[in-house]
Design a protein around this ligand. Structure first.
Ligand SMILES: Nc1ncnc2c1ncn2[C@@H]1O[C@H](COP(=O)(O)OP(=O)(O)OP(=O)(O)O)[C@@H](O)[C@H]1O
Ligand SMILES: [Mg+2]
Length: 508
């Protein structure tokens, strides 16, 4: 990191960048520099303007004011084509690849010049893809169809495209939100290689550990303004949080206050051939938070989908409050008092055209508004409560879902299921993509719900969260539950179980 030359001229710089959406001022004159060979983190609360800044850099949105200098050219805005031409590449959290084409075809389409008369050299295309995939450390066959790949693998394909295109600036907007530790480490290795090759990486994440492990500098945004750029060796976690939210936030987990009561949910040998889940047995009591840990692909989300009637079980027995449960559809599960907040809420959660209030109440319409006519007032009241409790940054309950930042959309979809007042609440990655302040708020709410007697299943790849929140921790591997550990177990014990290493004696 030693700066050899006195002032290396930045790869990219933004001056006084401003952007409004209608009346919302997303960016209010932000300065930002990216150097060659640095990982520059962008940090800020949900709605602070991070994604907006990225959209300006990738040419997806045009700034209302300000200028951007890339590769010695000063412009008052970019287009996606120009950004690409200037060596700017963006790795999205949900990669934008063609699912029915092979990996090599996708890479070819991105990198080879287009033209109707062009003949494809399949051999060369294949070799190039293989070489790029190797460069990012991916063991992916170039001939594999993209839809057979996991999200993290698709992300690596995107990075391979960026490297192949000779990108000098690589932008990553929350790339690790759905990665496990291992996949995350692989991604970090690739990012470090990019840095070593002189690429400038802009890296958005809400996970501070990650920023400290990876980034050289960090720029903190608050309410559309930059509140400073710092070397990571000159700031602390607490200091960054304070910069970000303007106050201290305790990063401690709320203590368990409830003594778990009667079993609410019981599974005996549950399986579903179609989703690869088999032989799952455990129970969850009223007032208990049952954490589910495991690697991506271990079957955690599949288990949730069985319980919610999305992929019905074809083996074993489930009981809810001592009555047999075999939901064949989500409405059946909802009618039995089950709520499921899915992961990847960015794609499955919020209806972008619909007002926030309706987004929040759509799962409870029949119960809350039997006659229909009271709907407006009751809906607004409920929405205002959730907007306040979850600190959702919005103009109000009538704003469309699509006007919210990513993290605030996630809070809306959480609110929708909390509004159903379920007996069993299944949360899949409940705090993925939300900022530290909102995260501790969501933890407090989950604890409160458990205290009120709800049974909670909390699936999470965030190990500190699983350890800090769970009364007991179920670990899944290879489609089944392989261990149940007491809450407060050491991280190493949970990881070992998730990886299938030798059962260690539990020191707890
Ligand atoms: N298309 C849009 N229409 C209206 N408002 C928008 C739109 N996109 C973003 N905004 C608003 O601009 C502000 C900044 O949003 P942005 O997406 O940049 O936040 P962010 O820092 O990326 O947050 P997150 O951590 O939640 O992803 C927010 O107040 C958001 O509601
Ligand atoms: Mg964002």
């Amino acid at each position: 990191m030693a700066a050899a030359s006195p002032t290396p001229s930045p790869l990219l710089s933004l001056r006084r960048a401003a952007k409004s959406y209608g009346g919302v001022r997303a960016l209010r004159g932000v300065d930002f520099d990216l150097r060659a060979g640095e990982v520059h983190a962008l940090l800020g609360e949900n709605g602070a303007g991070k994604s907006t800044l990225i959209k300006i850099i990738t040419g997806a949105h045009r700034p209302d004011a300000g200028e951007i200098t890339v590769a010695g050219r000063t412009l008052d805005g970019l287009t996606p084509a120009l950004a690409q031409q200037l060596g700017i590449a963006c790795i999205y959290q949900s990669p934008a690849l063609f699912p029915d084409l092979t990996v090599a075809e996708n890479i070819g389409l991105r990198l080879e010049p287009a033209g109707a008369m062009r003949r494809v050299d399949w051999g060369a295309r294949h070799r190039r893809a293989a070489q790029l995939l190797q460069q990012v450390g991916a063991s992916i066959a170039p001939a594999a169809e993209v839809r057979t790949l996991s999200m993290p693998e698709q992300q690596l394909v995107e990075i391979a495209c960026a490297i192949g295109a000779g990108a000098r600036i690589v932008v990553m907007d929350e790339p690790t939100a759905s990665l496990t530790q291992r996949e995350q480490e692989r991604l970090f290795t690739v990012v470090r290689e990019l840095r070593a090759a002189g690429v400038g990486v802009i890296y958005i994440s809400h996970r501070l550990e990650e920023i400290f492990a990876l980034a050289d500098r960090v720029t903190v945004l608050r309410d559309g303004q930059s509140v400073g750029t710092h070397g990571l060796n000159e700031v602390t976690e607490a200091g960054l949080i304070k910069l970000m939210v303007g106050r201290e936030v305790a990063q401690i987990y709320p203590p368990a206050e409830s003594a778990p009561g009667e079993p609410v949910l019981t599974l005996r040998g549950v399986g579903c051939a179609a989703s690869g889940v088999h032989g799952v047995s455990f129970e969850v009591r009223a007032g208990e938070i049952f954490g589910v840990a495991g690697l991506v692909g271990a079957g955690r989300t599949e288990l949730a989908r069985i319980l919610f009637g999305l992929t019905p079980a074809d083996a074993g027995e489930i009981t809810l409050n001592r009555e047999r449960l075999a939901p064949r559809s989500p409405p059946e599960a909802v009618a039995r008092g089950i709520a499921y907040v899915p992961e990847d809420r960015r794609r499955h959660g919020v209806v972008l055209e619909m007002p926030i209030a309706q987004n929040m109440t759509m799962a409870v319409h029949r119960r809350l508004f039997p006659g229909g006519w009271l709907r407006g007032a009751a809906e607004q009241g409920l929405a205002r409560d959730f907007i306040r409790d979850l600190a959702i940054k919005t103009a109000g309950p009538d704003a469309p879902g699509g006007s919210l930042s990513g993290g605030n959309q996630q809070k809306v979809s959480l609110a929708r299921w909390l509004a159903t007042q379920p007996r069993l609440l299944i949360l899949d990655e409940p705090t993925q993509g939300v900022d530290v302040g909102a995260k501790s708020e969501i933890h407090r709410i989950i604890r409160q719900l458990a205290k009120d007697g709800l049974a909670v299943i909390m699936i999470s790849s965030d190990l500190p969260e699983v350890l800090g929140m769970s009364d007991r921790i179920g670990v899944m591997r290879g489609g089944t539950l392989t261990a149940v550990l007491p809450g407060g177990s050491p991280a190493a014990a949970v990881m070992a179980a998730a990886l299938g290493q030798n059962e260690r004696p539990d020191p707890a």
